[in-house]
Design a protein around this ligand. Structure first.
Ligand code: SF4
Length: 390
């Protein structure tokens, strides 16, 4: 399935990441466009198929020749499965693939799907980072989003995670929500910081096509904060979290020193990764492929010994270079010319020429001897700037 030309480790390639997708949630949130399906008891057949994929891929030459630096079990809601089942999946991954000794092992969870006992099982299996989808510390706002948990459950889940021994916790929060004021957002940040998380991911709500929220917006039935309010929320976030010692290292991500999410840093550096599970995407040394989205189809194909492949492509060198620049500019420190030159033999000034000069004159990017980054003025309009570099 992997072309021979990409079998051997490329020059300058960093250790890859492994991603496992669990596409089930207790219910669907009104804004969700992820590959997830509502169910109360997730099928055992899916975990069996995922386990079979883990064993299959661990035996492939591309994987055997590499040592993985991160494992990320994401969703959906991975913790919709019991602690024991999920712990077994993590243990299988850790024993099947080569991992670095200090590998970052993350599991995503929603607050109403975790108990101290389940979290203790995950910790014992080697999970050393927990990412909790809290979104807001307000029952009114959570209900408006169609989240299935309450603020009290979020507080309880964080407490349980600490007691289970987690010392690296991320909280996902959202701003720009229907009915949310700047004061509400400040309150969510205050309450999040009261738990002293090592990492915060603060995303602005985006309305994705095909979601219940998109239909409400079309009918004029969803009132969102205006642009100025959303901008104030974003600006407050940077200033407030910086004071609290959480440094902004990516457009939406903040971390205590040394607690940046290494799995995501690998994506933003356009590193190699293997994604297993329904709808998961892999990029192995420039060969990108995705698996079928629907969990039943995925499990059926895997159990019959067939490839659950949806599509695949070998990315041309220049396309990979441009992608590396665009993804790398999401990081506050930007992209390193030395790294890009090592990987592609190209650098942004040489490749983009006048286009980059223009962006620099407009004050949207800063070019130094060895790096390119978005400026303070460029970060809020990142999408427009990045679109010009595609
Ligand atoms: S918990 Fe996450 S993945 Fe599940 S429905 Fe809500 S937004 Fe989607």
């Amino acid at each position: 399935m992997v072309p021979n030309s990409v079998i051997h480790p490329g020059s300058g390639e960093e250790p890859p990441g492994l991603y496992l997708h669990i596409p089930f949630c207790k219910s669907r949130c009104a804004y969700c466009s992820f590959n997830s399906y509502a169910c109360q008891s997730p099928p055992a057949a899916y975990l069996a198929a995922l386990s079979k994929q883990i064993r299959h891929w661990a035996g492939q030459q591309w994987c055997r020749e590499r040592t993985f630096a991160t494992l990320f079990v994401g969703g959906g809601t991975p913790t919709i499965y019991g602690g024991g089942e999920l712990a077994s999946l993590v243990e299988l991954s850790l024993t099947s693939f080569n991992f670095t000794e200090d590998a970052e092992i993350t599991v995503e969870a929603n607050p109403n799907t975790v108990s101290e006992q389940a979290l203790t099982s995950l910790r014992r299996a080697g999970v050393n980072r927990l990412s909790l989808g809290v979104q807001a510390f307000s029952d009114r706002l959570l209900a408006g989003l169609g989240r299935s948990h309450t603020m009290a459950e979020a507080d309880a889940a964080i407490g349980a995670a600490r007691r289970a021994g987690f010392t690296n916790i991320n909280l996902d929060l959202m701003y720009g929500l229907p009915g949310q004021s700047v004061a509400d957002w400040q309150d969510s940040l205050d309450q999040a910081l009261a738990h002293a998380p090592e990492h915060l991911a603060c995303y602005e709500l985006t309305i994705e096509e095909g979601t219940p929220f998109a239909r409400l917006v079309d009918k004029g039935d969803l009132i969102l904060p205006d642009e100025e309010e959303a901008l104030t929320m974003a600006e407050r976030t940077h200033a407030f979290l910086a004071q609290a010692g959480l440094e902004r290292y990516e457009i939406s991500n903040y971390a205590a020193p040394g607690r940046e999410c290494r799995h995501n840093l690998n994506y933003w550096r356009n590193g190699a990764y293997l994604g297993l599970g329904a709808g998961a995407v892999s990029c192995l040394s420039g060969f990108r492929f995705s698996t079928v989205q629907e969990p039943e189809e995925f499990a059926g194909l895997v159990q019959r010994g067939e490839l659950p492949l949806a599509e695949g492509e070998c990315l041309p060198l220049e396309a990979r270079f441009r992608e590396s620049v665009i993804m790398g500019l999401r990081m506050i420190q930007g992209v390193s010319f030395a790294r890009l030159h090592r990987q592609f033999g190209l650098t942004p000034p040489g490749y983009y020429g006048k286009m980059l000069d223009e962006l620099q004159q407009q004050g949207l990017v800063a070019v130094s001897k060895d790096s390119l980054r978005l400026t303070k003025a460029g970060l809020p309009v990142a999408n427009q700037v990045l679109a010009r570099l595609v």
